[in-house]
Design a protein around this ligand. Structure first.
Ligand code: NAI
Length: 288
């Protein structure tokens, strides 16, 4: 059993707390926002319902998670700390600075950053060798994958310890040779999103069609075969020929008008009740 501290009890922080507690670990969660902390129990209960955890099993899991009112309360007796604060370099660096003043130099520190450079996140740390990128997928108590990566300064011993612990919890743990923004999963995912937006911008089809193609083909295939194994199936010669033909047509965009237009009009996706599937508004009326 490991005693974890989690800084940031938002979407990921509370979910990771559940995943850790389900594996028998104790977790103290600290959040700077008192309202977020106050709602922790309720959100944990909802997460356990989503896992279809019977009440008899849920009780002990809930009992292993505590809300810490201060960072000082959170660090008491911790074996490892995970930060899940917003994806802003300055916020993460400030949090790590405050944390390091309160924990021994040997305590591992995990960052759940998605796309920041871990090396940058660790700049300014007194002991950057203990900082490990440990990227969970949402929701962490459902998605098996955790991606683990070292920053430039990370001591490989901390990486190995993180991998061993996560593997011991039954997680599908992958270890990257080095830290890259987006790790592996988000690099693949957002390459696909970029190409989908490119197709929209070229008026090849509408967003619903893109999702239909994905669900009825790649979504099914890639649930059992990864793109590398698939390249072996297709044949590397044909794969290369296809890539050479397609490459000049694939997107290398760094700006995304297909997102700017709905965003400028206040369509942010599910959070605002309307997004790509109902944009432009004429299409929204058709879909409705
Ligand atoms: P969130 O906004 O839901 O939660 C962040 C929490 O940190 C908030 O509750 C906020 O009050 C708290 N916070 C802010 N400043 C703080 C401070 N100085 N001290 C303590 N608490 C503080 O964000 P979310 O989505 O949970 O993301 C957290 C991290 O996880 C980010 O690095 C994000 O990139 C990463 N991540 C997010 C995923 C997602 O699907 N949302 C998936 C994988 C990683």
């Amino acid at each position: 059993m490991t005693r974890f501290g989690i800084i940031g009890g938002g979407l990921m922080g509370h979910g990771i707390a559940v995943a850790l507690a389900q594996a028998g670990h104790h977790v103290a969660v600290f959040d700077a926002d008192p309202a977020t902390l106050a709602s922790l129990d309720e959100r944990i209960a909802r997460a356990l319902e989503r896992c279809a955890m019977p009440p008899a099993g849920a009780g002990p899991v809930t009992a292993r998670i505590t809300a810490a009112k201060t960072l000082s309360d959170m660090v008491v007796g911790v074996d490892a700390v995970l930060e899940a604060v917003p994806e802003r370099l300055d916020v993460k660096q400030q949090v790590l600075d405050a944390l390091e003043a309160k924990i021994p130099a040997v305590t591992p520190v995990w960052s759940n950053t998605s796309v920041l450079s871990l090396t940058e996140v660790g700049k300014g740390m007194r002991h950057p060798q203990r900082l490990v990128g440990v990227h969970w997928w949402n929701p962490p108590y459902v998605m098996p994958l955790v991606e683990v990566a070292p920053g430039a300064e990370t001591d490989r011993r901390f990486v190995q310890e993180a991998c061993d612990l996560l593997t011991g919890m039954g997680r599908t743990t992958v270890r990257l040779h080095r830290d890259v923004p987006g790790f592996i999963g988000n690099r693949l995912q957002f390459a696909l999103v970029r190409e989908a937006l490119h197709l929209l911008e070229q008026d090849v089809c509408d967003p619903v069609t893109i999702d239909t193609v994905m669900r009825a083909s790649l979504g099914l295939r890639w649930s059992s075969v990864g793109p590398m194994e698939n390249a072996d199936f297709i044949g590397l010669d044909l794969t290369r020929d296809i890539l050479v033909s397609l490459a000049p047509h694939l997107s290398a965009a760094v700006t995304f008008p297909a997102l700017d237009k709905p965003l400028d009009a206040g369509h942010r996706g599910r959070a605002s009740g309307s997004g790509l599937l109902t944009w432009p508004p004429e299409r929204g009326e058709e879909v409705a």
